[in-house]
Design a protein around this ligand. Sequence first.
Ligand code: ZN
Length: 387
Amino acid sequence: MTLMPDFTPDLKAMQADLHALARIESPSTDPAGIARVMDVVEGWARDLGAETHALGGGTRLFNFGVHSAGAAGAGHGQTTPGLRGQDRPVLVLTHADTVWPHGTLDHMPLREDGDRLYGPGTYDMKAGIVGLFHALRSLNGEWPAGGVQVLLSPDEETGSLSSRAHIENAARCARVALVVEPPVADTHALKTGRKGTGSYVLTFTGVASHAGNKPGEGASAVTAAAQAVLDLQALARPDLGTTVSAGLIAGGSAVNVIPAHCRLELDVRVSSLEEGARVDAAVQAWTPPDARVQRRVEGGLNRPPFEQGEGTLALYAQARAIARELGFDVPSAVVGGGSDGNFTAPIIPTLDGLGAPGDGAHAAHEHVRLDRWPDHVRLLARLLREV
Ligand SMILES: [Zn+2]
């Protein structure tokens, strides 16, 4: 394996590119804002000679040195499943959406303070996209065997409903997936596993009646929901990594009415498919003790668990060895939050957390660590070249 000459990322240029992306607000609910972010990134991709493709539903795919010959890939920029081993591309997953609504920049503007660049969507994950393109540029057109395929999802933050099929198709044709979501805050650890995530909405419909005069004629939807909270949260198995939390509940119409309606939302995280199936079966089967209360269940497991496989651990070992050559260490971690890596990990080795170091994802103090960022871009550049 040839060592590429080390490269020194141009931090000032990365900061400018990050400002350019982050000043375009792109909540998951706004396809136009997301498209504007993607247009900027597509411009960078074209400058590097990429073939660019719109895959439908707002997902875009940029191919760098990818062999896309073959019927299955024609017109969609996807490679063929027939390609083997080193002929398959390295897939890089990114997303252009953020959790921040329009107008957030008015009260949470982009700003730099010492070694930190603050702002909505910076750490998660516009800095990941910027770092990726600086890493790609450093390769000077010498793409790894099979090339590099960069996928931009428009809806990662809301579960990738429109991009999931594109991500899974791309993974089936690729040899590894690198995800430029941020590393873990503080430790800057790469992510070698993630819990599977699910959510449920339970709607209860009971019978209203006067709370003082005829309580016995009513059937309380709130009582049923309260019992469901206790029973369903008890499905948690922290020893196995399974959590169940009733995060939202709303019901009733007036304090003196036996409530006929209640709505409950559950957040579920699991470390294995077996646990996902166990919790799902129990949620679907739960019925209110009072048979007069109807319940409806919507939702399910949205992202499968990203289980730490051998291929992923080998990728991490390679990344760690590169980091040590570059003069720093990168730990690894298995985390609770999901990403699009959850969709590729069951198919190909997947290494996540290759974006920009920082802290405060989805929080008011969201920021990128400018002092640590260049090291992670150097690591990504080497990994893209040598993986
Ligand atoms: Zn993200």
